[in-house]
Design a protein. Structure first.
Length: 601
């Protein structure tokens, strides 16, 4: 895998490089049942039985049954145990070269449910893998508890097949064509972040310090939900816009006016479209894709953005577009950097990002199927910060590593927590504390802006069928309000508009009037509400056809605020002849009142 190759190439120790999690266990579990459950999962997922083959930078998979769960399970009394010490010892017992990729610590309890600490080497697991692993543990336990032999479903696409497919994809001409994009991102000027550039010989895990910050619950709610909704984006858009703003202000106070920053992002890497027919929904492994992005706030008023003004929205839109411009969700960079010898040589000469950012998502039990909930195996919220230190001589990936995760607090609120890790020879604790604080301030400003009526709006990525720039979208939204859609016109629509313009205002061959005669009692207000609801349901009925600078037409659809033209003539109490004459006069006026195609109604 590209990311694994990148880490292996750094050198240094790798034995303690792991991920861990603590789960609550069912109260009726015993050692035999727990061992059988763990064994089923070890046999089910090939990569958990792998060993590192360094000379080939790969993994060798051993057969099912070759790794015994009982040998990997340590049992300690919960009341007397130190979870962090047990984690540290378990990380020491990992040995990827010998095929020891997993360790389990069972914290037994005489007063209630016990706990299970799972420690897995990072070479065999990523964040998404945990969402597969935990439900598999629950399903296997249910079968063991019921006296059945565990039979978990098989993976649709194995890790081996995926790895071979990526190697083939890395040399495909369409993938190689991405190379200039990555080179442009990497080769822009980039000021040194700290006191000096990163030195892999000196800047190792033993020198790393960490600053942790918590984002308030109300800001977290806005960043996770409100901001993505109003800007039609993802959580990363807001998090990274805030990082770009924080870096711009942080650098400016140090006399380094830089509008852009090179950041290494981590994606889940399970981009199944890269391998047609692939299905990784049940496959465990380290699929993570690392790739560089350039966050540029040129033209954005940083001070206004920190005040929650319109510039805050412009910052989010700019970063959103820069992220959407990344080819194939970033998976191609690792393929070209590590799996294609020709492109690897070219990219190896380029700079490495000084900042790494990874949003790990939300911790939740929602990945466990409904029918398997309530059986135990839930995340232990009292032990969230169980992170083992890597090998002391393992080189750091970058000068600043930021990992953010959203957790639910005991009172039900979600809190965003971020860890800013840095080698102390490059950055100081005070410098990183200041930067982390600015990031929280920027998030707060974005949350405040997202609550204002003018927040949000489309960006060019939201109009994939029309080649349009942000300035043009902003002009349309200034005229029509927030837009729901931007579409091209069809050939038929283009012809209709042309004929209407040619005929002028006196005649419109496409203006059609239909008259319905309704029997029985009719409620005018109800009819009005039904017509308005129809207008709001069907976006095409709200479209305005607007001219562009190049003479083309596009359809713009307001998100809201389009009112149905409605007239109610109450002719009750008049004679039949008078009613007929009044209706005919109205219909004549209505036929002459042609639609304005550039007005959304």
């Amino acid at each position: 895998m590209p990311t694994a190759r990148h880490v292996l190439a750094l050198g240094g120790g790798l034995g303690r490089f792991c991920m861990s999690g603590m789960l609550t266990l069912p109260e009726d579990v015993d050692r035999a049942g727990l061992t059988a459950t763990l064994q089923a999962v070890l046999d089910r997922h090939d990569v958990l039985r792998s060993r590192l083959v360094r000379e080939r930078s790969g993994l060798r998979i051993e057969p099912a049954g070759s790794v015994r769960a009982d040998a990997l399970l340590r049992e300690v009394p919960f009341e007397d145990a130190d979870a962090h010490a047990e984690l540290d010892a378990a990380a020491d017992r990992l040995d990827p070269d010998a095929g020891v990729m997993a360790q389990f610590v069972w914290f037994t309890s005489t007063t209630g449910a016990g706990r299970l600490l799972i420690v897995l080497h990072h070479l065999v697991v990523d964040g998404v893998s945990w969402r597969i692993l935990v439900p598999d543990l629950v399903a296997a336990w249910q079968q063991v508890r019921d006296g059945r032999t565990p039979e978990p479903a098989e993976s649709a696409t194995s890790l081996r097949r995926w790895a071979h497919a990526l190697a083939e994809e890395a040399v495909r001409a369409e993938r190689v064509a991405e190379l200039p994009v990555w080179q442009r991102i990497l080769r822009e000027d980039e000021p040194v972040l700290g006191a000096r550039g990163l030195d892999p010989a000196r800047d190792v895990a033993a020198t790393v310090d960490t600053v942790r910050v918590h984002v308030p619950a109300d800001v977290t709610e806005a960043v996770l939900n409100t901001l993505p909704a109003v800007f039609r984006g993802g959580v990363d858009d807001g998090l990274l816009a805030a990082l770009a703003l924080a870096l711009a202000r942080w650098r400016r106070t140090r006399g380094v006016p830089a509008s852009s920053a090179l950041v290494r992002l981590e994606g889940h890497g399970r981009e199944e479209q890269a391998v047609p027919g692939a299905d990784l929904s049940r496959t465990i492994g380290w699929f993570t894709a690392m790739y560089p992005v350039r966050l540029d706030l040129a033209g954005v008023d940083v001070a206004d953005a920190f005040a929650g003004g319109p510039a805050a929205g412009r910052a989010v839109k700019a970063v959103k577009e820069q992220l959407r411009a990344v080819p194939g969700d970033g998976i191609g960079f690792g393929l070209l950097r590590h799996l294609n010898p020709e492109t690897a040589a070219e990219l190896a000469a380029d700079r490495e990002p000084q900042i790494g950012f990874n949003y790990l998502g939300r911790t939740s039990t929602a990945d466990i199927p409904e029918e398997l909930r309530g059986l135990g195996w839930a995340p232990d919220t009292a032990h969230r910060d169980l992170i083992a230190a890597p090998d002391a001589d393992m080189p750091v990936l970058s000068a600043l590593e930021i990992n953010a995760v959203a957790n639910r607090s005991p009172d039900g609120d979600e809190l965003l927590t971020a860890y800013f890790g840095f080698p102390t020879g490059v950055l100081s604790h005070e410098e990183v504390t200041e930067l982390a604080g600015l990031w929280v301030q920027a998030l707060t400003a974005l949350a405040r802006h997202a609550a204002t009526p003018e927040a949000g709006g489309l960006t060019p990525a939201d109009a994939p069928l029309v080649d349009v720039g942000q300035e043009e979208i902003d002009a349309w939204e200034a005229r029509f309000g927030h837009l729901a859609e931007i579409w091209p016109v069809t050939p038929a629509q283009s012809g209709i508009v042309f004929h209407s313009m040619l005929a002028g205002a006196s005649f419109d061959a496409y203006h059609v009037q239909l008259v319905f005669h309704l029997s029985g009692e009719v409620d005018p207000e109800r009819m009005h509400r039904a017509g308005q609801a129809l207008l709001e349901r069907h976006a095409g009925l709200r479209a305005a056809f607007v001219d562009r600078a190049d003479g083309d037409l596009v359809q713009v659809v307001p998100a809201a605020g389009v009112t149905l033209p409605w007239h109610h003539l109450d002719l009750t109490g008049r004679g039949e002849a008078d009613r007929t004459e009044a209706l005919e006069r109205f219909l004549t006026r209505d036929r002459a009142a042609h639609f304005d195609v550039d007005t959304p109604r």
